[in-house]
Design a protein around this ligand. Sequence first.
Ligand code: ARG
Length: 566
Amino acid sequence: MNEFIDRIKAALAAATGADPVTLKIEAPRDPSLGDFAFPCFPLAKTLRKAPPAIAAELAQNLGAIPDVSVEATGPYLNFRVDRGALAASVVGAIQAQGDAYGGSDEGRGKTVVIDLSSPNIAKPMHVGHLRSTIIGAAVQRLFDRLGYTTVGINHIGDWGSQFGKLVAAIDRWGADVDLENEPIRALLALYVRFHEEVKNDPELEEAGKAAFRELESGEDGHVRATWKRLTELSLREFDKIYARLGVTFDHVRGEAYYEPYLDATVERIVAAGITEVSEGALIVDLSGVEKNMAPCLLRKTDGTTLYATRDLAALFMRQDEFEFDRCLYVVGGEQRLHFRQLKGVLARMGLDWQERVTHVDFGLLRLPEGKLSTREGKVVFLDELLDKARNEAERIIAEKNPELANAETIAEQVGVGAVVFHDLKKERVKDVVFDWNEVLSFEGETGPYVQYTHARLASILRKARAKGFDTEGEVDWSLLADAAELLLRLGRFPGIVASAAEHAEPSEVTVYVLELCREMNSWYVKNKVLTDDVALSTARLTLVAAAQTVIASGLSILGVAAPAEM
Ligand code: ARG
């Protein structure tokens, strides 16, 4: 569809002398006015005329644009593309490019690093990490579509004083839990028990501290072996959730991975001359970066490093190793200060690439169970959440379509897809309230609704092909004149993908896919696809196939399966 916009821009540039790249073409507020609009306000200054006068004049003087007609309405020029040409362009592009439609190679040669998921091993992966995993993976897929080299890194929280506590807890009560088979639940139980008993047991407190000191010392003994074991067991458990979500990582690098680089990192920051010692701790003052910003702590009084120190080591390494054009941190909004501090340290070091580092933050996911606390053992296990979604989907499918083959696989796709879709529906900074009825509804703005629309289109195509219709041959595009709105929507998909990537905002795709489904369904209600008129049926089938391709493509960016039947 871009060729029409390019033609419009070229004609406008020729008539006004403006640089085509500076010309902004929009969608008209009222679609009945046209397909594209050019607001004449920006030209008022150079042409010294009122925008409505400019519009009227341009409508007269603009050279002929192939397949495009023009009309002035107030300060706007409105353009309308010939319906046959529109259908040929949009559907033709989708047919030619298939799954690749919507992508581009604008990112070729550029690298985006994405920090995502990053759960803490000592605790169960919580819903915040679920959001980071789902949003981060969608953002990575968006950049993949645009031809970027993407590097997804799972920055596992596998370091810190809580590991000393866990080792101490395993030493005392390890025999009471099933670490091997239920590591996440076992570790949670130990964590909770530690915090219970430590209240009246100073020895336990000391044992935890001693274990962490030993861990930090690098000593390769019993403590390190226990830490390693619990790390491996937890990761194995996390992997089951990642598999269900269809998420993989290019690197799984826990905080401990950066241990060997911590001294060099601190030295580098000291060498920049921006550190000071405050109450025995090594800090970077950031009050000049942002008013009242707290300093960044690099080393505690006892010499141990912190979350921020390890993040700085990781960031330097990412810059050296990947020479990224962008480095995105998909982490909840509660860590806003932390990432501003990281960027503040880089800014104070005079490293201008801090501008390429972005905290892609997001709001809370609120479950009906209310606020949860790991310390008290009140958590929602993600595997249980996904199980519940699958079971509910299974029940609904059994009710709606008892004959469905592969019902089990499809129930998993629908259940997990519903959770993922729901998470990506609103702008990421907004909080998400999880309501089971809403998440799994087959009507309304839900994953199952989109999947169901997709399955329905797939079924129309199956039936048509069985009847011998050909969806790949010659098409009389003018027969799709009544589907202009849908065609324009399909034509906008590449722009949506580019915009969603730029904003790291998968919800732009979710909203788009929902609108496409709504339009497709209402078109479909009005227009019979398989009729006695072969040419008409063929044209309509190509449109159905194009819509199916784009819905499936949108879902695949989001990480939601697109079953052909459900
Ligand atoms: N493990 C951290 C947490 O759960 C999130 C880590 C995010 N990534 C990072 N590079 N800091 O709070």
